[in-house]
Design a protein around this ligand. Sequence first.
Ligand code: NAD
Ligand code: ZN
Length: 362
Amino acid sequence: MHEIIVGKEGKIYRVYVENTMDRFKIALKDYKISGESKVFVVTDDLIYNTYKNNIEWLKIKIPFKIFYFKNGEQSKNINTVKKVYDFLIENKVDRESILIALGGGVVGDLVGFVASTYMRGIRYINVPTTLLSQVDSCIGGKVAFNYGGIKNIIGSFYDPEFVYISLNFLKTLDRKEILNGLGEIIKYGLISDGKLLSFLNENAVPILNLEHDKLLHIVIECLKIKNRIVVQDVQDLSIRNVLNFGHTIAHGIEVDSKYKIPHGVAVALGILVAIKISEIKLGLDKTLYNKLENLYRKFGLPTRYKVDNYKSFMYAINRDKKNINENINMVLLENIGKYKIKVNVKSEEILEALKLSIIKEE
Ligand SMILES: NC(=O)c1ccc[n+]([C@@H]2O[C@H](COP(=O)([O-])OP(=O)(O)OC[C@H]3O[C@@H](n4cnc5c(N)ncnc54)[C@H](O)[C@@H]3O)[C@@H](O)[C@H]2O)c1
Ligand SMILES: [Zn+2]
């Protein structure tokens, strides 16, 4: 089994990275999850319908019960949280019981939150099924839901017992969800030592063909990079901020496109703008921008975006909760792997960089 250990002191846990769910049972045994514990699975309707006839791996626990909610970000709200609480109460879930979050980042974040609060916290296992959740959201302990139109505003830090990744899940994922994961993967490439970026450059076709050995390498690398950062700043007060690289502009793009541009793709575009600002403000080597554009083309990621409404675009950027006192704080790069967090950037500098990057004529 491939496994990596994540988390900090007294709170470490394993991430198993496998091709299939075949070894899930062994993982349960490793964690001494006994026959007495009742198992409850929470997922979304799309995953439920895709996999309902193919969940042999779950039959290790009979009986288990499944609850599913409508897929998508719009379900990541207090009503769904309530429905899951109701399901747990109806089924007499107790402190011995265990929840399995089977799904992408929406399911993982929401079920993690429910697990952290139900009976003051019960155990849960994360089984991430999207590329984004496998390379990113399945570790780090952030669990949350959206409230009052604000993303992830209600939440806590709560780790699963373990994470089990089966790369096979990615086979049923839409190409757009693969691109979504790639935006974050490229982010990890830029904030680490450059090896991951070279790997992406050399293996674009096999990665898009979902070849397992390539995906295995990527998933493990991203999780190791993320874990190295998270353990230094679990509560997200300082260095963890680097995980928002590309995200300030991405937020503007998501809002301006009325969320038609998915998060990971917006992050990829936001990275290009952040790279351009880094050239201007921190003297970042100018060749990196072209190299990145070429990488995006290999993967079919866009390199251009037409801002529809500059006012709402800039408003979204300014309102970003990562910014303090109206200043636009961004993560910028001095070089690959050498980043600066909370760099103060003026609106005019963003507009200038936009003209020189993603809104430039082809
Ligand atoms: N906790 C963290 O640290 C963290 C980090 C990054 C993102 N997030 C959160 O993650 C969420 C986004 O996650 P996501 O991109 O995984 O989105 P998602 O969970 O909405 O999944 C995307 C779509 O893929 C479908 N899907 C999932 N697995 C599938 C499979 N194997 N086959 C076919 N379809 C499948 C889902 O039904 C959904 O329609 C956001 O809410 C974001 O806030 C959290
Ligand atoms: Zn992100």
